[in-house]
Every structure is written in structure tokens, then in C-alpha cells.
Design a protein around this ligand. Structure first.
Ligand SMILES: [Zn+2]
Length: 466
């Protein structure tokens, strides 16, 4: 069996991954708060953990991996959006959830096995908060319930490498009067009549953000599970708080064994921000004609623990690579045979080495001769760049184009023969430029004419020539 090694934030070491139960490898990843389109940075963890999910399924079997990613559908940002737009909260969250799934699907991300919504787990959250109060780790004050970090000083801050005392010293925030310690965080807070709320032992209210992940992970994966993932911006306070809640409510377990954090995304070397004008969503890029597989390819070209710099140049070069892959497969491959192959050992090994996706893409680039076409197709599918049905469409579109181009080769060569005798090349030149506009390369020499589709090939533009 393949040995997977992962860099564990908790131990700060690259370690051999040993699942608690190889028959059910369990992974939890923090999902989006659903009030707006996902920006490009939001998509990075989705692609990173999708690659890990695919690897785990390959190594342990697709029925032996449970992947949970939540939707945060109760949050003050959602409430604010509803108030601004005068829309129902449920409409906003349902619409944004679907947008997220559609956009991430276009990036080749498989849907997790469970996609729990926070609002469906309010009872479990209340139950966990009650347990924390009973065990002396939380207290109610002025309609709020707070987690008492002093009650778990030995564990709080371990993941992010901070001590409670340092955190207090560094805290410059205005501290709510009902907090015993400035670092105490909200488990439950009161809701006014115009805000979403649920009845609880502490009055009508709503959960704080962190408790949902603890409650849903416990419900769906148990008190101990294998992998917890997310962007490194979530490490503190979100993940630290998740650990505190879960470990204190269920001291019999240890919550997540391995913590994986992906680095952030930049755009053309700068932090993505609305004020710099370089902020865009996945949907924006797709609308601009950047295919989802190109976005995925660019993401995979950088290791997940390094900052990912999105550049227009990388997108163009990724598109050219993908076009070359499809061309090779269309010319020499057979997808029936490709489907029966196993993913390449070298690619599995690259991913098993702390998700070295860059090395995996290098392996693809080496499959560049006729004999490699089927292996190339198999591994493209394994890495999620194209699904089988996408590959089928791409390959048959390429082959159809070649058929059309063959008849155009004949037409162009007839025109050329006529032109050679009349010395009037205007029709030949007109056809050549029309072909170039459709992104067809034209090679003419004494032995004949050859036309090939190039990146950006548009068969619709050939119609006037037929
Ligand atoms: Zn979370």
C-alpha cells in the first residue's frame, strides 16, 4: 500500500499518515459562509483538499473515505446582506450555496460525501454547549454563552503556537464586559426579533461561528477523526476554538489527528483585495472565458503550503499545456483503453509526498509521445483536470475539427493550383487569413498543405469556408 506523508500543522512535521480506521478514513474541511460568490482565494482549499480526497480514495478505496465540508448558513454577514438587499436569508443562502457548488464543480472538485448546513445542526450545537457548561468549560452571561479559555490553558493555542497569556497581552480589542477573560469566545449569542434565532436554555439566540464545525464533525465523524483542513487564515482563532470546544466536550477523543493548512492566494504578486482592484470571483474568471480546468491547473502548479500567485501569464501557459494534452490524446489515444488503466505510480507517489502537485503535473508533461496518450488521459482524469465525459467531448471535438480541416486542405490546395497558373493568389490569401482567425495553423510546402487546430480553435468561424 502507498505510504502517504502529510505535513501536520499540529506537530509541525511531515509525518506518515496512519488512519484511525483504514476502512473509513475521515476528513473535515471548513466550508464557505454563503452570502456571496466565492472569490478565487476561496477556491484554493477546495481544490487542494479535492486532490487529497482523490488520493485517499485511490489508496483506501472510494467507499472507504468520508469527506465532510460544511456550509455556514447562519452568520452576521448573511444577516447584513439580507438587510441590505431586502431579501429573505433562506433565499440568499440557497442561491449562494448552489453558486458555490456550480463554480467548484467547474474546477473539477468532487462533492464531499456530506455537506452539512449549520442551521440543520442547531440542536447538536446546543447540546455541545450544555456539555461544555456542565464540565466547567463555558459560562452563560447576559444571554451569551462563552467558552472559558482559562479552563483549558494547557491546550488552548497549541495549534497556532500561542499561549493564552501572550494572546491577552497582544489583544487590543474592546472587551465585552461579560467576558471573564478577554480571549473567551462566543458559543451562543442572543438574537433580536428581526434576526434568525432558535430557542435555547439561554433564551432565543443563535450560535457563534466556531461551534458549528465542532458539532457537525462530532455528529458525522465522531470524537476522533483523521484529517482537518482549511486555509491557514483559519488556524487562529477558528481552528484553535474548534479544538478547544471538541476536546473539552469530548475528552475521550482527540478531535483531528492531522491538521492541514493551505497558504493564501495572491494576484500578480499582490494580496487580493477590493481596494487594489484585483479582487475577482471564480465566476468572474469563468465568465471571462478562463476554463475551470485552467484555473485548476494553475492552482496545482504551486505546492499548497506556498503562497499561490495567480497570473494571467500562468493561465495562458496552462491553457496551452491542456490543449497539447487533448491534441495528443485525440491523435493517438483510445479513451476505452485509458479508462481501464490505473493511475501512474509516479503521480500517486508525488501526491503521497505531502501533495506534491507540481511534480504530478511534471509527470503529465513527460507523457508526450504517441505511446503515452492513454496513460496521459487516465492521469488527467485522476488529477481532476477533466472528467471522462469532458475528455470524450474534447477529443471528439478535436477529431471532428480534423475531419473538417481535411476537406478544407483539399479546397485550399485546389485554389492554390489555380492561383499558380493565374498568378492571382488573392483567394488563397483570403482563405489562409480566415483559417488563422479560426486559430488554425496553415503549413504549405511542395508536398502539400496541412491544417491543424491550435489553442483557441473555433469551428464556428470555419462555417463561411465550407
Ligand atoms: Zn471550521
Amino acid at each position: 500500500m502507498t505510504t502517504i506523508k502529510l505535513y501536520n500543522t499540529r506537530t509541525r512535521k511531515k509525518e506518515e499518515f496512519v488512519p484511525l480506521d483504514p476502512d473509513n478514513v475521515r476528513m473535515y474541511v471548513c466550508g464557505p459562509t454563503v452570502y456571496d460568490r466565492a472569490h478565487l482565494g476561496n477556491a484554493r482549499p477546495v481544490v487542494v483538499f479535492d486532490v487529497l480526497y482523490r488520493l485517499l480514495r485511490q489508496v483506501y478505496g472510494s467507499d472507504h473515505v468520508t469527506y465532510v465540508r460544511n456550509f455556514t448558513d447562519v452568520d452576521d454577514k448573511i444577516n447584513a446582506r439580507a438587510a441590505e438587499t431586502d431579501r429573505q436569508i433562506g433565499d440568499i443562502t440557497a442561491e449562494t450555496t448552489q453558486w458555490f457548488l456550480d463554480d467548484m464543480g467547474k474546477l473539477g472538485a468532487l462533492e464531499p460525501d456530506h455537506m452539512p448546513r449549520a442551521t440543520q445542526y442547531i440542536d447538536q450545537m446546543i447540546e455541545m454547549i450544555e456539555t461544555l457548561i456542565e464540565k466547567g468549560h463555558a459560562y452563560a452571561a447576559e444571554g451569551h454563552v462563552l467558552f472559558a479559555v482559562d479552563s483549558w490553558k494547557e491546550g488552548y493555542g497549541k495549534l497556532s503556537g500561542r499561549s493564552v497569556d501572550d494572546m491577552i497581552a497582544g489583544a487590543r480589542v474592546e472587551v465585552a464586559p461579560y467576558k471573564k477573560n478577554p480571549m473567551d469566545f462566543v458559543l451562543w449569542k442572543p438574537s433580536t426579533a428581526d434576526l434568525p434565532g432558535w430557542d435555547s436554555p439561554w433564551g432565543r439566540g443563535r450560535p457563534g461561528w466556531h461551534i458549528e464545525c465542532s458539532a457537525m464533525a462530532y455528529e458525522l465523524l465522531g470524537e476522533s477523526f483523521d484529517i482537518h483542513g482549511g486555509g491557514n487564515d483559519l488556524m487562529f482563532p477558528h481552528h484553535e476554538n474548534e479544538i478547544a470546544q471538541s476536546r473539552c466536550a469530548h475528552p475521550e477523543g482527540h478531535f483531528a489527528n492531522v491538521w492541514l493548512h493551505n497558504e493564501m492566494l495572491q494576484v500578480e504578486g499582490k494580496k487580493m483585495s477590493k481596494s487594489l482592484g484585483n479582487f475577482f470571483t471564480v465566476h468572474d474568471l469563468l465568465e471571462q472565458g478562463v476554463p475551470g480546468e485552467v484555473i485548476r491547473f494553475v492552482f496545482l502548479s504551486t505546492h499548497y503550503r506556498k503562497p499561490m500567485d495567480w497570473t494571467a501569464e500562468k493561465a495562458v501557459s496552462a491553457e496551452a499545456k491542456l490543449f497539447g494534452f487533448v491534441e495528443l490524446i485525440a491523435m493517438y489515444g483510445d479513451l476505452e483503453i485509458a479508462r481501464s488503466l490505473a493511475p501512474e505510480r509516479a503521480i500517486i507517489d508525488a501526491l503521497a509526498d505531502d501533495l506534491n502537485t507540481h511534480a504530478a503535473l511534471e509527470c503529465l508533461s513527460k507523457m508526450n509521445d504517441a505511446d503515452s496518450a492513454n496513460r496521459l488521459a487516465r492521469n488527467i482524469e485522476f488529477l481532476g483536470l477533466y472528467s471522462w465525459s469532458q475528455l470524450e467531448r474534447k477529443v471528439s471535438a478535436y477529431r471532428d475539427a480534423k475531419t473538417i480541416l481535411r476537406s478544407l486542405e483539399k479546397k485550399l490546395s485546389t485554389l492554390r493550383e489555380v492561383a499558380l497558373s493565374t498568378k492571382d493568389f488573392s483567394e488563397v490569401d483570403a482563405m489562409k487569413s480566415a483559417l488563422q482567425i479560426a486559430n488554425v495553423s496553415v503549413r504549405m510546402n511542395k508536398s502539400g498543405i496541412s491544417l491543424s487546430p491550435e489553442m483557441g480553435f473555433d469551428p464556428a468561424k470555419l462555417e463561411p469556408l465550407l
